[in-house]
Design a binder for this molecule. Structure first.
Ligand SMILES: *Cc1c(COP(=O)(O)O)cnc(C)c1O
Length: 496
């Protein structure tokens, strides 16, 4: 069990130290609120600026990040985030605007949002896009809400079931559950595709639709995708695409062309918005013609056409779709943190660059898969897309995926995703992304091959890993059951 040896900011505090200089008050003094509403004491840490900076910089150095090294976290698309995104999202015109400003004063921002909607439509083959949702899961909720509204608008009230493959991300059933629908799990076949027989058996007139990730979390492009969509449509259901893995398809396949009715984008995965640590995410949703009238409101639209002859620009503003499900988020989505960065990334790459991204992401994953084949068992062993899943276990050994991942940290790598998807025992889900060069991929493959050797010869090295990191292995059960979220609060404050 690791012990926390760094002092907290409260322990560093010393009465009277100051890190701020308050300006002289330029407003009249007023009476305080009634005594019952006041705390007798608010113990805040007292430190100089230099103490605070050093404390947090030190903590940040215990972290591993995508700016620090290879981050093969499957399903998360942890690609390097180009720094030009940081420049653009800090431009004063983007940074210092308020969502309640009159539209005439924020035409540049609205133009950017409008163009991003148009680009995402073109990239995905959809007829309409909302930029509101705050993350992928929020996009799912938005999309499923539109599916429900569509069925309801046709007086089709029997539909309560969503079909979801067993390889799906946990957010899919969670989003469906939040809307009171039930989930029917569809198994995968031995090639990692949706099992068509099981799908056919589940399709009836109580089905809202299907949520499918393609390529799925095994990194497999569904070889029967058109048949899958046809079956769902035939029973009156709609097809939801979980677009978290769009990185593999950019510039090559458009989900809208395949027949999907609705899909969320994860701008923080595919389009290089930084993520992890809770945000900010951004999960725009694209829809086919069937659902455009149900999109959340407001959308950014052109409310007065420009005139090329007069050189007048169009006037951008907000529009409300006819049967809109309403607002999904305060204001207009994560504008600076998500939308401006994603816009920059798309603009910098252009259509050919986006296609390169997908091709290199797929090439890198297949290269790693080829290097590890034979050392690690790969249960769905065919050409993969952006990621693949290996088994983190060896015959006759008690080494588990977790041990391998912890040992990888000793070699200076962030572990891959573990124990997901659930259909692969001891899953190691590896997604290198396009931003890694061959040297990085080789170093990672070498480390995994060396670890497989260690698993045979010195398994305790793995059981006890990591040994070179600031903190050792956490007690997994305790971390979940006895979660301490506020260990930094001084004792005397906790019961106030
Ligand atoms: C990341 C992911 C999600 C959820 O997206 P968030 O932005 O994390 O809410 C859904 N499905 C898949 C396949 C994912 O990888």
């Amino acid at each position: 069990m690791a012990t926390i040896i760094e002092p907290t900011i409260f322990e560093l505090s010393s009465p009277g130290r100051r890190g701020v200089t308050m300006p002289a008050s330029d407003v009249p003094e007023t009476a305080l609120p009634p005594k019952e509403l006041l705390r007798s004491e608010l113990p805040l840490p007292e430190l100089a600026e230099v103490d605070v900076v050093r404390h947090y910089v030190k903590l940040s150095k215990f972290n591993y990040s995508v700016d620090d090294g290879f981050y093969p976290l499957g399903s998360c698309t942890m690609k390097y985030n180009p720094k030009i995104n940081e420049d653009t999202c800090r431009l004063p015109g983007f940074l210092f605007t308020h969502p309640l400003q009159p539209i005439e004063t924020v035409q540049g921002n609205l133009a950017l949002m409008y163009e991003l909607q148009e680009w995402l439509k073109e990239i995905s083959g959809f007829a309409g896009v909302t930029l509101q949702p705050a993350a992928g899961a929020h996009g799912e909720f938005t999309g499923v809400l539109m599916m429900a509204a569509y069925h309801k608008s046709r007086g089709d009230t029997k539909r309560t079931k969503m079909l979801i493959p067993d390889a799906a991300h946990g957010t899919n059933p969670a989003s469906v559950g939040m809307l009171g629908m039930s989930v029917v799990t569809i198994p995968s076949d031995e090639r990692g595709n949706v099992d068509l027989k099981a799908l056919e058996a589940a399709c009836d007139d109580t089905v809202v639709g299907m949520m499918l990730t393609n390529p799925n979390t095994l990194g497999m492009f569904d070889e029967n995708i058109e048949k899958v969509i046809e079956l769902v449509h035939k029973c009156g259901g709609l097809m939801y695409g979980d677009g978290a893995n769009l990185n593999a398809l950019l510039g090559i396949v458009r989900p809208g062309d395949l027949g999907f009715d609705v899909m969320h984008f994860n701008l923080h995965k595919t389009f290089s918005v930084p993520h992890g640590g809770g945000g900010p995410g951004s999960g725009p949703v694209g829809v086919s013609q069937t659902l455009v009238d149900f999109l959340p409101a407001p959308l950014v639209g052109i409310i007065e056409e420009g005139d090329d002859d007069d050189e007048t620009a169009p006037l951008y503003g907000f529009v409300t779709p006819k049967n809109s499900i309403g607002r999904m988020k305060a204001f207009h989505g994560h504008f600076g943190g998500g939308l401006v960065r994603a816009y920059t990334y798309i603009a910098m790459h252009g259509p050919d660059g986006l296609k390169d991204i997908a091709q290199y992401a797929v090439l890198n994953a297949n290269y790693l898969q080829a290097r590890l084949r034979g050392t690690y068992h790969i249960p769905y062993d065919r050409i993969c897309m952006h990621e693949f899943v290996a088994e983190g276990r060896f015959e006759g050994s008690d080494v588990r995926a977790l041990d391998i991942s912890k040992r990888l940290m000793d070699y200076g790598f962030h572990p891959p995703t573990n124990y997901f998807p659930l259909i692969v025992p001891e899953a190691l889900m590896i997604e290198p992304t396009e931003t890694e060069n061959k040297d990085a991929l080789d170093r990672f493959a070498d480390a995994l091959i060396k670890i497989a050797e260690e698993a045979r010869t010195q398994p305790d090295l793995l059981h006890n890993a990591p040994s070179t990191t600031k903190f050792g292995r956490m007690d997994e059960v305790k971390a979940a059951r006895e979660l301490v979220l506020c260990c930094w609060l001084p004792e005397d404050y906790s019961d106030q």
